[in-house]
Design a protein around this ligand. Structure first.
Ligand code: ZN
Ligand code: ZN
Length: 555
């Protein structure tokens, strides 16, 4: 019997990372992530798992991000009761991230049921519950970097620092085939950039039969920067914001980004380079996650603060309680307010934006990618008003963004990481990236002389037979939940960007008359009766006394 790998996620998409390896002595998973993104992709979370969860022997988890770990409670809901291996910091982060994810699933189901209740439909089940999450937490087993573990007969594995977020790993795996020969596989997980506070550069050995590599930024380059240069840029942003007298509001992800910012802000305060009156991190999840970072601070690299100083400046207020969060509303200037979510589409950040966006002396600084349709992206695109908690909020604050806080390796860094892991006797599989990104990375690899059949872009649920020493064979997949065309043809993203364009166009129109005319024209194109009242334009009287007749709207 041979060794077969099944690509059950992050194949043609960035999210839903999940690989299943079937070998003569059993089968195991690497990652089990939530699908995020457009509706077609998200609907994959609701479909039955393409394997029997109760028959999986163990799971190796690369890191705690929800697109890698977010379906662990769905596994336990489907009968999985075996070990979930990770590094100790990853296990520490899961403690808070899984219940948080379960809370979101439960409240989404409640919301859906309130809707259905009005229509007498059958109630919706949550994707998973707090109880499923706590079952997953009970299954955690930890390993340190660079030591071999033997999670089941016929398989051994070793974790390597991936420099992406706290506890993140690339995982080296050896699986015995039917002839007792080891098939050597490297799972990259998500790979961090070279310049990264807290962690050493990503590491792993060289020489495998198969390498699976992420390709999130497979075709993109970031501006090169050093940690000092980045901190300098942050200093300029903060000082300009404080000089204007208002608050500086920063939407930030609860994991990693919040802690990186706290580190850099703490260091700038220590050096006397900035002087905010207070620095708030207002997010219950970010607060708990920061405590996990603090616990593992002794293993950090590239920090210029001691473990004691880290996240501990007297001006820092790390907030969980709702009353303390509300008290921030009274502060009209001089403070830095960080809060989740990073794309401003959920969480307490929405309150802080509602309070500060109307203030001309306030600044909102975005430090991460804002995906289309999110509140963050709408603000960043220059909208003059936005809707927050069903209220129209005028945007008078200064809107800024910095692109150099990233947890992902860019094109050159991925190429460098792969080049240091070679040779791959069988093939390199490129996963965890939009098709455009991984196609660009593939082309770059071919340009270095690697043969075309050695760089494979697997599709969702593809299966490939792996052999010791290389030469794999594609086998027909047992299930195929979705093909690439369906992923790309989803119209929801195009729809949200259309709505943004339309709203911007309407807002930038000269006057209401133009706006009504534009809408009437669109309605006509759609063949919809013009229910929007098109008032007879006010007939201006020209200086000469001649009456000028306005054109009817949209004609
Ligand atoms: Zn990640
Ligand atoms: Zn990821």
């Amino acid at each position: 019997m041979t060794v077969t790998i099944h690509f059950h996620g992050a194949s043609g998409t960035v999210t839903g990372s999940c690989y299943r390896v079937v070998h003569p002595a059993g089968q195991f998973l690497v990652d089990c992530g939530l699908f995020q993104g457009n509706r077609t992709v998200r609907d994959l979370n609701l479909k039955p798992l393409p394997f029997d969860a109760a028959r999986i022997d163990f799971l190796l988890l690369t890191h705690a991000h929800i697109d890698h770990a977010g379906l662990l409670p769905k596994l336990t809901r489907n009968g999985y009761r075996k070990p979930i291996w990770s590094t100790p910091p990853t296990a520490g982060l899961l403690e808070y991230l899984l219940p948080d994810a379960a809370g979101i699933q439960e409240s989404e189901a409640e919301r859906e049921n309130r809707k259905r209740g009005r229509k007498d439909d059958a109630p919706a089940e949550p994707l998973y519950t707090m109880e499923d999450a706590s079952k997953a937490l009970d299954l955690r087993q930890t390993t340190d970097y660079e030591v071999w573990i033997e999670p089941a007969p016929g398989v051994r594995a070793r974790y390597w620092n991936a420099g992406h977020i706290l506890g993140s790993a690339s995982i080296e795996v050896e699986v015995l085939d039917g002839d007792n020969k080891p098939v050597r596989i490297l799972f990259s997980g998500d790979i961090g950039p070279d310049e990264k506070v807290f962690y050493n550069n990503p590491d792993a050995p060289a020489g495998f039969d198969y390498i699976l590599c992420e390709s999130t930024y497979g075709g993109r380059e970031r501006d090169d920067y050093t940690l000092d240069e980045r901190r300098d840029a942050l200093k300029l942003e903060i000082n300009e914001a404080l000089r204007r007298g208002g608050n500086l509001v920063i939407p930030a992800f609860a994991v990693e980004r919040s802690q990186e910012l706290l580190h850099d802000i703490g260091l700038l305060i220590k050096e006397g380079a900035i002087s905010p009156s207070a620095v708030f991190l207002d997010s219950p999840l970010a607060s708990k996650v920061t405590a996990v970072y603090k616990k593992y601070a002794a293993m950090f690299d590239d920090t210029e603060l001691s473990a004691d100083e880290l996240f501990s400046d007297p001006r820092f207020r790390i907030i969980e309680a709702v009353e303390e969060s509300k008290a921030i509303n009274q502060i009209r200037g001089g403070a830095i307010i960080m809060s989740a979510s990073g794309m401003a589409d959920a969480g307490r950040i929405k309150h802080h934006l509602r309070n500060n966006l109307p203030r001309a002396n306030a600044t909102v600084l975005f430090v991460g990618y804002q995906s289309p349709g999110t509140l963050g992206q709408i603000i960043l695109s220059g909208a003059k008003t936005v809707r927050i908690h069903s209220e129209e909020v005028p945007v008078r604050a200064r809107i800024r963004s910095m692109g150099n806080y990233s947890a992902h390796a860019d094109h050159t860094e991925l190429m460098h990481w792969i080049s240091k892991r070679l040779p791959a006797h069988g093939a390199i599989f490129l996963t965890h990236g939009e098709d455009e990104e991984r196609t660009a990375l593939r082309q770059a690899l071919l340009n270095t002389g690697i043969a075309g059949d050695q760089v494979i872009l697997p599709l969702l649920d593809d299966a490939v037979e792996l052999r010791a020493g290389g030469v794999q064979a594609v086998v027909p997949p047992a299930t195929r939940r979705l093909d690439l065309n369906q992923i790309n043809a989803d119209w929801h993203n195009a729809y949200s960007s259309f709505i943004i364009d339309l709203s911007n166009r309407l807002q930038s129109a000269a006057n209401d008359e133009d706006r009504l005319a534009l809408m009437a024209g669109l309605k006509q194109k759609l063949g919809v009766p013009p229910v929007i009242p098109v008032p007879t334009p006010i007939t201006p009287v020209a200086a000469s006394g001649t009456v000028i007749h306005g054109e009817p709207g949209g004609e």
